[in-house]
Write a protein that binds this ligand. Structure first.
Ligand code: SF4
Length: 353
């Protein structure tokens, strides 16, 4: 039995690993990496088989953000050489969405830079969402517009959005080290608002921002409390002209350990390989498919990703298959976890005390 097998068995029982167990995974040796991936692959296989969900990002509004997130090339004062534009026109959005769907994406993520949308922005987006749902049946629409105000999540849901993304990014303790214009609690609040409106919550992290293993574990536990349906794991893309410029502290092996730790905390939740995979995992990307069950296809918000054809080829070569639109992502039994109480007060059976 490998060191990691008991941990994988725990995940198969949907039991949360302890802090010590996660720290042991994160600090394990490169010599044990294949054992770790093999153990975690059993969990991936059990809940997601060999399916890979493809997601496609459409950056509807790029740059010019008044917030100062240190990792972001679109931040206030960023000198990163990125494309900057205000809201895409509906036909430009439709064209970008169609390209992603034709390439195999079963979820499109409509993203806009900024602290959060105005009600006018939400109204502008509503018909776009409805059009996408009509033109691409089975394709999920996720909105990612920043901090939400009262009522906006409901309006997005009403327009047909399936999900809302807002990442926690790092631990609460470190949040002020990566952003000073909003707080960790604001991010938590937005994910909660999205959940209450019936939007599928998507929230993840960015690794490689000088955090410690303890910070990563804190971030994973905080995410787990939000009960997201999908968890994107980004690896910092340290753009020149941002405060984290030159921060290259990840190795492909460390990225795999971070993904494995994430899978152990989220055995039956979509774990998505997100930004930075090409530059940090490099030729080890196919190994990551044994841990995650989802990835972003094509380009990121302000940087270029691997060609879609190379992604599809990688998936096929590694023996995985692309999930089709309309095919459910999450294991069905995940929704069976909530059991109506049939014992204790008001019943003839003894309580579970
Ligand atoms: S992450 Fe979002 S809110 Fe923060 S600077 Fe970038 S675009 Fe603005």
């Amino acid at each position: 039995m490998t060191t990691f097998q008991p941990l994988a068995e725990k995940a198969l029982r949907r039991q949360l690993p302890t802090r010590a167990e996660l720290l042991a995974v994160l600090s394990s040796s490169d010599d044990d990496l294949m054992d770790l991936v093999a153990a975690v692959f059993k969990v991936r296989l059990r809940y997601f088989g060999r399916r890979v969900k493809l997601n496609y990002l459409v950056n509807m509004k790029s740059g010019l953000c008044p917030e100062d997130c240190f990792y972001c090339s679109q931040r206030l004062g960023s000198e990163a050489e990125i494309v900057k534009y205000t809201w895409l026109k509906p036909d430009e959005t439709a064209k970008a969405v169609s390209a992603g769907v034709e390439a195999g994406a079963s979820r499109v993520c409509l993203v806009a830079s900024g602290r959060g949308p105005t009600n006018r922005d939400v109204e502008r987006l509503a018909p776009t969402i409805s059009d996408i749902k009509e033109q691409h049946p089975g394709v999920e629409v996720c909105a990612c517009l920043g901090l939400l105000s009262q009522g906006q999540a409901d309006r997005l849901r009403e327009a047909g959005a399936d999900a809302y993304n807002h990442n926690l990014n790092t631990s609460e303790e470190r949040y002020a080290d990566i952003c000073t214009t909003h707080e960790f609690a604001d991010r938590v609040d937005t994910v909660e608002q999205a959940k209450h409106a019936g939007l599928s919550p998507c929230s993840g992290l960015i690794a490689g921002m000088k955090e410690s293993d303890d910070d990563l574990v804190d971030a994973l536990f905080a995410l787990r409390e939000l009960e997201p349906d999908s968890v994107p794991v980004n690896f910092l893309m340290p753009f020149d002209g941002t405060p984290l410029e030159g921060t290259w502290e990840l190795t492909p092996q460390r990225c795999l350990r971070i993904l494995a730790a994430t899978r152990l905390v989220f055995p039956d939740v979509e774990v998505r390989l997100a930004g930075g995979r090409e530059i940090h995992l490099r030729s080890l990307q196919p190994l990551a498919l044994h841990v995650v069950n989802s990835l972003f296809l094509g380009d990121y918000l302000t940087s270029e990703g691997q060609a879609g054809s190379a992604d599809r080829e990688m998936i096929e070569d590694a023996g995985f298959e692309i999930q089709s639109a309309g095919e459910p992502t999450l294991p069905r039994e995940r929704h069976d976890l909530l059991k109506a109480r049939r014992r204790g007060a008001g019943t003839a059976l003894p309580p579970n005390a």
